[in-house]
Design a protein around this ligand. Sequence first.
Ligand code: ARG
Ligand code: GLU
Length: 698
Amino acid sequence: MKRIVIVTALLLGIAPLLLADEGMWLPSLIRGRIADMHAKGFKLTAEDIYSVNQASLKDAVLLFGGGCTGEVVSPEGLVLTNHHCGYYQIARHSSVEHDYLKDGFWAMARGEELPCPGLTVSFLERMEDVTAAVLQGVAGDAPAAWRDSVVLARSGDLVKAACARGAGLTASVEPLYYGNQYFLFVYKVYRDIRLVGAPPSSIGKFGGDTDNWMWPRHTGDFSIFRIYADASNEPADYSVTNVPYVPRRFFKISTAGVREGDFTFIYGNPGSTQEYITGEAVRWIGEVADPERIALRDLRLGIIKSYMARSQELRIRYSSRAATVANAWKKWQGESLGIRRMKTVAAKKAYEVRFAKWASASSYEGVVERIDSLLRLQEPYDFARFYYQEAVSQIELASFAASQVKILSEDPERAEASARSFFGQYSEEMDREMFLALMDRFNECVPEEFKPAYFKEQMDRYGSVAAWADAFFAESVFADPEQAVALKKRDLKTLREDPAFRFASAFSSWYRKEVLPEYQRLSGEIKLLQRDYMRGQMMMGGDRDFYPDANLTLRVAYGHVEGYSPSDGVYYTPVSTLKGVIEKDNPDIFDYDIPQSLRDLYAKSLQEDPAGVGMGTVPVCFLATNHTTGGNSGSPVINADGDLIGINFDRVWEGTMSDIVYDPDYCRNISLDIRYLLFVVRELGHADHLLNEITIVN
Ligand code: ARG
Ligand code: GLU
């Protein structure tokens, strides 16, 4: 029926023009997209999404900590986000007696909710185009340094004025479109946030790194917090007298279920994208930077994993480190492959030819060539930069030496404890393997003229990385736990000659003096030209819609539930269920070892169901086409009626090039189905009192 209507509409030429699902739109300008959202199924208005006059959905969305999103789901300030976003808070409250990471945590009464000092949540009060105020009287050809100083000063004034209008406010002026526009963002920041619930990691991290960035996915990636406020509902430091925050708006939860094709809307804080860079910039990322960084992480992961395979104890000890290394490693692989598969470099170059034609004899003439020639100057500095970050900085003994020297000179009381905590997790054997692998590669891959003098001296002196490593670990006092914990302030003088300290300080001064300044100088120049190029691209127009690159400000991304075909002969359907969790369940594989209580529950449900399905149909995760990135973790996934159907937590790795170029065939975000959260809270957490607070609609 639906198809007939669409076909008829097409024949009559009255079909609404459906735009692509790509894009991260500014909520205050969503009017420009609302017709397309309606055509795709959304039923609310632009004012329902964002309003400064009345409560709107934006009042239920928050920046969780410094880099995730969360949403309010009850009139008493209950907040949902991801398990991996709440991870640090869950871990800090865990001990041997109460291992909340392992066993989960459920506050059974308000008094049991755990304070999380330092954690904040920020609500966007309003956003406002302040371009005119910021750039008033600044000519297009004004000298860059002067323009920057004017922008900085005026932004400072706007921020000050905005913050003066109420308690607990912060604000910032952010450039959009590389500084062709400026927006003021005003936030209200709450700082008494308490941990309310978290599933065991065997649910919240189910699949671990094996399944990270992958479909089919079965991770219950959620945690629950509550915002507290003072008696007048205003932000306050932690106090026992604080009361649950009363939000202007909270999400109702829909249990009606998701089907392929359903409209989905993600409201959150995507961190960073670069959709408007040149073909040369894409070539550098996809063909050099990503593969090089992947190779460096391959080396590290290989070593870490070989240690993890030795024993259960070592596996636990290194699992979070392996997770950190593996996360971007896998993302870059998808990005680099995606860029190649989409032939983005060639596509951008072809676009640049058209742009050059359009720009000829205008002030935009030659801008791409100028950007590209600066990029080529910058590339070797970028290369050195990530060799510093991904290789040199990974030698633990050197980092430890540098931080101990700092502690001994600034806060010597702390030195012994910090040394003990370091040796609690340090393996010299593993660090030495890292040294050999990473320094060998540094020697091989970093061009001669970029190697620091210190590096060359050491190589001349020892003849090989292996001999250098022997001396490095044998001669450093930091490698000897007994001596290292006993170091005192008076030892500082000799410590500055220590090989581990010398390694850290020589490389760091090389990085700070010979790599970073030139890298940043060129970045500044490129950004200026990129501003012109961005404006030119928007003026030239064409078949593309221009949304500003992500910068951790609130955005709307809308799309629909859809599977994808990762390769020939394979189609992934978009919904996963508890049946799949049970299929993966394996007590011998840490990532797939589910709680025994879930196993029992499932088995019982099968017995009680004559059809033998039991809880097998409980939904767990789903895929959609929303354009998201890091920072969107924890974002509410909203249906056509504005109700909550899921929590975003990942993308599929085959689509991670969406930070640079979006492909409707491959780019999928992964969300937790909100019904899995309800299931876990009720059946495993037995925390029904939390469910009584929320509003469920069908
Ligand atoms: N890939 C997701 C993100 O970028 C989840 C990361 C946490 N999970 C993990 N298994 N390491 O944040
Ligand atoms: N897991 C990511 C986050 O923490 C989201 C995944 C992505 O889209 O990059 O924000």
